[in-house]
Ligand binder design. Structure first.
Ligand code: SAH
Length: 465
């Protein structure tokens, strides 16, 4: 290790920045945010420093640098464009025993400044020891996108409970397990959603339970996560976070490899889709599994294609959970209509074509389509049909028999948003044959309405599939 990483308390302590440009302003900003008593030595304040002066108090010395400026200073920064001034600073600082940092001159530095990801009170400092600023910038960008802003809130919350938890759970191992559950479980999730009161209620009840539970397993939970139509890039950050902390995952046919690969590597995987003999695990069986696994103390991830509450039977699953007092979270996902339409270049609404959009299921019950044709056949309305592939002909016939123009544009999107997406366009009259000829397979989504014609105009999208 070439440097000792430390976090310095500069609050109320004297610091010095020599220079007036952007770099000087950047250092000054950090020092002032950390509460330092700062002096700037420069003939005049540049634009950025002048702007800082509107929000913070600091001293500005226009005369030349002298030994007195370093008195009682704890650190100093040389950011002058004039090397000789930085050199004078280094000499004075050495004489005064003050540590100095000169921008872009690692050899003249007593300390170097890391790149900082600020989630106060949580701070992540990154340094390559001056060898690769580009790598540092890349890593910083990665942390900035993967560490939610709310982690600061979580750290602050943890700090406020630290002493209480130490007193109530004296055993170190059990305390560590408790903290793990707090920072990666529902308490953190509540904080991420700005639900401070719920987080407090939950942690207090968990604390009480932990204090009396002895060595019993922790309480489990179910995450009902919408994964979108297939492209892993359409996952939400929250979905990804929960996918990476689950102990066991239940998934079915709609969940592609790309998404499964993002689930925590060592999580147990249970397939609950249709099996080879075409026997699907029933909704009831899935409900029982979720309950049993959660009661065993597991964090159970139930992955759902699209959105859990859009033709996803999510409502039924959480009903069973709440009846059994199992904690759960529902995470929305991009529903197939929205994802497929976007990737196929078909806007679901458009000022010149449709002011309304209806989602329906084409799933037949007891061999019969149960659709309200009157409400579907309306001017300036787009109709999106989920699960309509096997009954496509009955659907288009139904439209026409109930008065729709056979020439109404219609499209079917197979494998929307995934590799191998296919889009077939036609009319209510022609779509069933075209679909049959193309050998379209599930999952496929049907869109009916004049917005379908826009696909050809929006050739930028059309080229994508
Ligand atoms: N909850 C899901 C829908 C489940 S019903 C959602 O919100 O999207 C399953 C139906 O969704 C499929 O029969 C198909 O009509 C549609 N679907 C889901 N993913 C799809 C995809 N990638 N491409 C085309 N249709 C899809």
């Amino acid at each position: 290790m070439d440097h000792l990483p430390i976090f310095l308390d500069v609050n109320g302590k004297r610091t010095l920045v020599v220079g007036s440009g952007v770099i000087a302003a950047r250092k000054a900003d950090l020092l002032l945010r950390a509460g330092s008593d700062l002096t700037i030595v420069a003939p005049e304040l540049g634009e950025e420093l002048s702007r800082l002066a509107e929000s913070y108090d600091f001293s500005h010395k226009t005369g030349s640098l002298s030994a007195k400026d370093l008195a009682a200073c704890i650190i100093a920064f040389g950011c002058s464009q004039d090397d000789s001034i930085n050199q004078v600073l280094c000499e004075l600082a050495e004489a005064a025993g003050v540590m100095v940092n000169v921008s872009d001159k690692t050899e003249s530095c007593d300390f170097i400044m890391p790149a900082v990801v600020d989630r106060t009170p949580l701070l992540i400092a990154i340094s390559s020891g001056g060898t690769s600023p580009l790598l540092v910038r890349m890593l910083k960008a990665r942390f900035e996108t993967t560490i939610p802003a709310a982690y600061g809130r979580l750290a602050e919350f943890a700090g406020s409970y630290r002493d209480k938890i130490k007193a109530l759970i004296p055993n170190l191992t059990r305390r560590r397990r408790f903290w793990e559950a707090v920072v990666s479980g529902p308490v953190a999730e509540h904080l991420f959603s700005s639900q401070l009161e719920q987080a407090e209620l939950l942690i207090d009840s968990q604390l009480q339970a932990a204090a009396v539970a002895g060595d019993k397993p922790p309480v489990g939970e179910v995450y009902l996560v919408g994964t979108g139509p297939g492209d892993p890039d359409l996952l939400t950050f929250r979905a990804l976070r929960l996918m990476q902390q689950a102990d066991v995952v239940l998934y079915d046919r709609l969940i592609g490899e790309g998404i499964l690969n993002l689930v925590r590597r060592d999580a147990e995987r249970i397939y609950v889709g249709k099996l080879k003999n075409n026997h699907a695990v029933s909704q009831e069986e899935i409900g029982h599994m979720l309950i049993r696994l959660a009661q065993d103390g597991k964090r159970v991830l139930r992955l759902k294609g699209g959105d859990p509450f859009v033709f996803g039977r999510g409502g039924e699953e959480i009903e069973a959970l709440s009846e059994n007092d199992i904690a759960f979270q529902v995470i929305p996902g991009v529903t197939a209509a929205v994802g497929c339409a976007s990737y196929a270049g078909i806007p679901l609404t458009h000022r010149d074509h449709a002011q309304a959009c209806v989602f329906v299921t084409g799933h037949e019950k007891d061999g019969k389509l149960n659709l309200n044709w009157k409400s579907l056949i309306q001017p300036r309305q787009t109709v999106v049909i989920y699960m309509g592939l096997s009954s496509l002909e009955a659907i288009t016939d139904g439209f026409i028999a109930n008065g729709a123009n056979p020439a109404t544009p219609a499209a079917i999107i197979e494998n929307g948003t995934r590799a191998g997406q296919r889009v077939i366009t036609g009319t209510l009259e022609s779509l069933p044959d075209k679909t049959l000829d193309a050998g379209v397979k599930s999952p496929a989504l049907v869109i009916v309405g004049s917005v379908v014609t826009l696909r050809d105009k929006l050739s930028w999208f059309a080229d994508k599939s």
